[in-house]
Write a protein that binds this ligand. Structure first.
Ligand code: A3P
Length: 302
């Protein structure tokens, strides 16, 4: 397990922690090493998403539903992120059930989460918005990636191309490629759906119809409340309110919050050139051709 330096297409350096042929942000290697042995509780909920898919949003929404109050959680979601925190920090987190979260794959989850058949919430977001958000994330979090200074033009092919390693992961950035992540999870969800209760959500649906999505999430969580709570949670979790309330936790880069950046569907249209978009569409069609998620992903909202 070591810190590796890679380079985008313009030769700009970006660093990751590499362990067992898989890339993570630069975090404490001992925590990554111990992740599969983490002790979890029977009622823990695992919130899973590829980075930049709306994990903070769904963490907050789920946590508010479970506490039964539309009040902002006075913590940062990474306090219960399994690849970031040691056992004692996760154990000290208040509230029950807990909403643990991670960007890893099924076989990298704590073994107990698999044995105890913990509930899973799986969140997807269209990958064009994910890549734009990731670019800003990789530039912003200097503590996790070194001083990455590339342009979007040099980042996009680096992020999409990658190289296959001996473990069959497409090595690009941390957590592998979006396509690899989604396709592998699709297989694992299919294989595990009779064991784990699994709820799948889409960022774009949350954006378009938060109340409806929150109602469905509440049913999955076994929360029996009414629309007054669900509307209040939807409102409290709006991008604007979250950006204000979470400001104290969210670091800044160039004067802008890194996580609460823009919060929109279709921001990719401001970033991808027509040629880049065409290349992306071709890759998407090819990689996702057999995926059930293929036509569910929405690249814009009407
Ligand atoms: P952008 O960079 O496009 O703004 P994650 O939590 O998985 O790291 O994802 C971060 C992305 O989710 C960021 O996208 C962020 O702005 C967006 N996001 C966070 N909270 C949100 C909210 N309440 N509503 C809509 N988008 C939100």
């Amino acid at each position: 397990m070591s810190v590796v330096e890679d380079h985008d297409m313009g030769g700009n350096s970006i660093s990751f922690l590499e362990a067992d042929g898989f890339r993570y942000p630069i975090v404490d290697p001992e925590i990554v090493k111990g992740m599969t042995q983490l002790k979890v509780k029977d009622d823990d909920i695992f919130l899973l998403a590829y980075p930049k898919s709306g994990t903070h949003w769904l963490w907050e929404t789920t946590s508010m539903l479970l506490q039964g109050k539309a009040e902002t959680i006075p913590h940062w979601k990474s306090k219960v992120m399994v690849e970031f925190q040691p056992q004692e920090v996760i154990d000290a987190f208040p509230g029950s059930p807990r909403v643990l979260n991670t960007h890893v794959r099924y076989n990298q989850l704590p073994a107990e989460a698999r044995e105890k058949k913990c509930r899973i919430i799986f969140v997807l977001r269209n990958p064009k918005d994910v890549v734009v958000s990731s670019f800003n994330h990789h530039k912003g979090f200097k503590n996790h990636y070194g001083n990455y200074n590339g342009s979007f033009k040099d980042y996009l092919p680096f992020y999409l191309a990658g190289k296959i390693n001996q473990h069959h992961y497409l090595l690009v950035a941390d957590y592998g490629s979006w396509f690899d992540y989604v396709l592998q999870w699709e297989k694992d969800i299919e294989a595990q759906q009779d064991r784990h209760p699994i709820h799948i959500m889409y960022y774009e649906d949350m954006k378009q119809n938060p109340l409806e999505e929150i109602r469905k999430l509440a049913v999955f969580l076994g929360v029996h409340a009414d629309d007054s709570l669900y509307s209040a949670v939807a409102e409290k979790c709006s991008f604007k309110n979250m950006k204000d309330d979470k400001k104290p936790y969210d670091p800044k880069f160039n004067g802008q919050l890194i996580v609460y950046r823009k919060g929109q569907v279709g921001d990719w249209q401001n970033w991808l050139t027509p040629e880049q978009n065409e290349m992306f569409d071709k890759l998407y069609q090819e990689k996702m051709k057999d995926s059930k998620f293929k036509d569910k992903m929405r690249f814009t909202l009407a």
